[in-house]
Design a protein around this ligand. Structure first.
Ligand code: UGA
Length: 444
């Protein structure tokens, strides 16, 4: 099929390359000349495992341009532009989605299918369908569930397909089935629904995931005052198949370009619809999440003796999660900045996100390696659970630092191993030492 993808940021670039991999002829359109030049040269403008290979592999069927008129060659047009949070409110900024649709309209042919992939407030697709309909083209909303770091796999082998169409629109469904023929042949569950449900599936999935993370982080807060261990608690409740262990990792909490802005945008939309009470719990989810960052700073201050001023702190991890160079709303970067604000001398590293972090926060000191970050450190704080940090050897690592003190912000190290090597190991939601007990509780 001939496909255009409007917007070649994270979602669009991955989608365009994946569609070419599936055998479609794809033109990716973006207003950013640098991004288009990089993609056209086979370079991914951000870190995503497998994407550079796909860009090269698909080059006979895949091209990138800044000229939206080239979309007229295609009959299926994916809208994959960003929907950021507005600077002065929780609401979603739809400027780019509306601009993409308006730019595309003159190049649509009757019978074309426009497919929205961007995450939008419920009710947006119905409005956009009116505009698209004026050209004789039709609109479907087909939300994306890809995770950064696994984006290619999630696009090529999704766990479900959701098509939001008007009145069951059989022509739109048939076109989407052809686009996703491989996933359909693999019996991927497919839900055909209306626009509003499709839009809500996306934001409610992210709201649920955010809630699950904040739930376990709320338990971490309780664990911290009772001497309980939140990781064991998660293991135990996670064995209940109704709960499940995934997304129950307590720690610094969620960040990135999706979960935080999606729950806020969802609340803003609920307020507009007069049902804000239905989602008021999400503001607590957000607050629990942000409290983890403060707690991490408190714990770091505590382990260095009560004041961060003048202390050398090694920061391991800046990305909002491993296998990504994304630092949008990154808890790790936020904590690093807060440590500096308290007078610490912070030296930060990350396997992939140093450059993206430097662009956003040039005032931090960045180094390329763990060894440089740890040199003479009074404490090490682990903020993103990259494999290479999870596999650090506590004995080898001890030789680099001034003090054997580590704060594990992602509960990804084995406390027994680190303590046996002479480290003071602290973590969010876990007892301070092997002997830590229900200190304050017994006397209450
Ligand atoms: C998220 C969703 O997981 C995807 O399904 C969705 O398609 C995507 O947003 C989107 O809307 O585009 P992503 O932002 O890539 O994907 O990241 P996640 O893997 O969901 O992680 C989000 C954050 O939660 C990270 O900061 C991670 O460290 C944190 N997290 C995750 C935890 O703190 N604990 C966990 O147990 C899991």
């Amino acid at each position: 099929m001939k496909i255009s993808v409007i917007g070649c940021g994270y979602l669009g670039a991955v989608h365009a390359a994946s569609m070419a991999k599936l055998g479609h002829t794809v033109v990716g359109v973006d207003v950013d000349e640098q991004k288009v030049a990089a993609l056209a040269a086979g370079h991914a403008p951000f870190f995503e495992p497998g994407l550079p290979e796909l860009l090269v592999e698909g080059k006979d069927r895949l091209r990138f341009t800044t000229d939206i008129a080239d979309a007229s060659e295609a009959s299926v047009h994916f809208i994959a532009v960003g929907t950021p949070q507005q600077p002065d409110s929780n609401a979603v900024d739809l400027t780019y989605v509306r601009a993409a649709i308006e730019a595309l309209l003159p190049h649509l042919t009757p019978g074309d299918l426009v497919v929205g992939k961007s995450t939008v407030p419920v009710g947006t697709a119905a409005q956009l369908a009116e505009r698209v309909g004026t050209t004789g083209a039709r609109l479907a909303w087909n939300p994306e569930f890809l995770r950064e770091g696994f984006a290619i796999q999630d696009t090529l082998s999704p766990d479900r397909l959701v098509y939001g169409v008007r009145d069951g629109d059989p022509a739109a469904v048939a076109i989407l089935d052809e686009v996703y023929a491989e996933a359909i042949a693999a019996e991927t569950p497919r839900i055909v629904t209306d626009y509003a449900t499709a839009e809500l599936v996306k934001v409610s999935a992210n709201a649920f995931l955010a809630t699950k993370i904040s739930f376990i982080n709320a338990m971490a807060e309780i664990a911290e005052v009772t001497g309980a261990d939140v990781t064991q608690l998660a293991d135990a409740i996670g064995l209940d198949a109704r709960i499940g262990r995934r997304f129950l990792n307590a720690g610094l909490g969620f960040g990135g370009g999706c979960l935080p802005k999606d729950i806020r945008g969802f609340m803003a939309r609920a307020e507009e619809l007069g049902v804000d009470q239905a989602l008021s719990f999400l503001s607590e989810v957000d607050a629990i999440n942000l409290r983890r960052r403060s707690r991490m700073v408190d714990l770091t201050r505590e382990v260095v003796g009560g004041s961060l001023a003048g202390k050398r702190i090694a920061v391991l991890g800046l990305a909002f999660k491993p296998d990504s160079d994304d630092v949008r709303d990154s808890p790790a970067l936020d904590v690093a900045i807060r440590l500096v604000a308290e007078g610490a001398s912070v030296v930060a590293t990350d396997p992939e996100a140093v450059e993206t972090a430097r662009r956003r926060r040039p005032e931090l000191t960045y180094v390329a390696t763990v060894e440089e970050a740890a040199a003479n450190a009074d404490a090490v704080v682990l903020l993103t659970e990259w494999r290479q940090y999870r596999e650090l050897d506590p004995d080898d690592f001890a030789a680099l630092v001034s003090e054997r003190t580590i704060v594990d912000g992602r509960n990804c190290l084995n406390p027994a191993l680190w303590r046996a090597a002479g480290w003071q190991y602290r973590a969010l939601g876990r007892p301070g030492a092997a002997t830590a007990q229900l200190a304050g509780v017994a006397s209450r």
